[in-house]
Design a binder for this molecule. Structure first.
Ligand code: PLP
Length: 395
């Protein structure tokens, strides 16, 4: 249970973010006053349609797409499913081939596994020790029947930013669809889908101070794609069903507010993240930085604390109101080490002792200093526990 008087330092913004006050305001008005079904002809319906149109413009603008290329979905997971299953099923004539990476979010990996069940071939290309996709491996994996490549823009666990521009340019010459999961980068990094050679791009509102359960897929004009659900004409038939008008309005507002402060926040996050890492490095021994030293999201820091147990550390920090993640939120309840860290070649014991700190708008220097006051003691407490033979990784 949460103690309301306790100081809280939330450092799990890659898992989800609190809604921005302007988003709450926008959605409240929508929920209270504009309940019309956007498919109806009378004024209530027209108002709802106008709200969706405005949001669509904000979402299109932030990635330099046109409004007609945005399909609202129920989140990043659905956007990934629609992109991968939709394009693969629409473009196969024989046993076709798809390429993705070993460090994708489960929404991509499991969509690809589903395609394997349906008879497609999938290549999961490896990454280097920093979590960077090996372009040569990607090039070598391309076959005559490759129809789709899916590579995430930045990894949610370690923050490594992939060479999307380079991959996009290479694929353009080969007539292969390029899908990018940009759930962790929209609103954090500049994105221009045309310049980057992207055909499909997944987004999610709740990572950028918008509501949960809303996202979008950019589908480049002319892309051959099938729906994965069946119903009405909404969202060009690619996401049938009455639209989540308030959620979409909230997403539009979230995009607007994050876009305004994107550059400033990027710099601020970088300063805070570096302060945190420097502090950890100076005060705690036997640590390992997981991720790319230069090409990483400015808000993300993933560190292994050797000879500790990550669950112990998370619960210790929780006692002080500090909320961090082990690897990714989606694997929190599974005891297996993160597939991302393993793909980077990090030994299982180090992968099991990794903490992801992901920063956001609410964080200050004081928050970082508070974490640096608490964390070394928590690590030390675990390391000084007499070891249970066979359980711990300490020699
Ligand atoms: N892709 C990435 C990279 C993510 O980090 C997440 C969420 O953690 C998703 C997809 C899924 O997004 P959503 O939670 O909106 O379904």
């Amino acid at each position: 249970m949460e103690n309301r008087n306790q100081r809280v330092v939330y450092l799990d913004y890659n898992a989800t973010t609190p809604m921005h006050p302007d988003v709450v305001r926008e959605m409240t008005i929508c929920l209270r006053d504009y309940f019309g079904n956007p498919s109806t002809l009378y004024a209530h319906g027209q108002t709802a349609r106008k709200i969706i149109k405005e949001a669509r413009k904000h979402v299109a603008d932030i990635i330099h797409a046109s409004e007609g290329e945005i399909v609202f979905t129920s989140g990043g997971t659905e956007a990934d499913n629609l992109a991968i299953l939709g394009v693969a099923r629409a473009n196969h004539t024989r046993r076709e081939h798809i390429i993705t990476t070993q460090i994708e979010h489960k929404a991509v990996l499991n969509s690809c596994r589903q395609l394997e069940n349906e008879g497609f071939d999938v290549t999961f290309i490896p990454v280097d020790e920093f979590g960077m996709v090996k372009i040569e491996e990607l090039k070598n994996a391309i076959r005559d029947n490759t129809i789709l490549v899916s590579v995430m823009h930045a990894n949610n666990e370690v923050g490594t930013i992939q060479p999307i521009l380079e991959i996009g340019k290479m694929l353009k010459t080969k007539n292969i669809y390029f899908h990018v999961d940009a759930v962790q980068t929209v609103g954090k990094l500049p994105i221009n889908v045309t310049e980057m050679g992207i055909d499909l791009l997944s987004m999610s509102a709740h990572k950028i101070y918008g509501p949960k359960g809303v996202g979008a897929l950019y589908v480049k004009k002319g892309t051959k794609i099938n729906p994965i659900q069946y119903g009405g004409h909404q969202e060009r038939g690619l996401k049938p069903g009455t639209e989540n008008v308030a959620g979409i309005a909230g997403f539009g507002k979230a995009v607007e507010v994050t876009r305004e402060s994107m550059e400033k926040e990027e710099r601020r996050m970088r300063t805070l993240r570096d302060r945190l890492y420097e502090g950890i490095r100076k005060s705690i021994k036997h640590i390992r930085l997981n991720g790319h030293p230069e090409s990483g999201l400015s808000n993300t820091l993933n560190v292994s604390f050797e000879f500790t147990d990550v669950e112990f550390l998370i619960m210790e920090l929780n006692k002080y109101g500090i909320y961090v993640a082990s690897g990714s939120a989606c694997t929190t309840f599974s005891l297996t080490p993160s597939h991302v860290l393993l793909a980077m070649g990090i030994p299982a014991n180090m992968a099991r002792s990794a903490i992801r700190f992901s920063l956001g708008r609410g964080n200050t220097e004081e928050d970082i200093d508070y974490v640096l006051e608490v964390l070394p003691g928590a690590v030390e407490r675990y390391r000084s526990i007499p070891k249970r033979r066979g359980k711990d990784n300490v020699a």
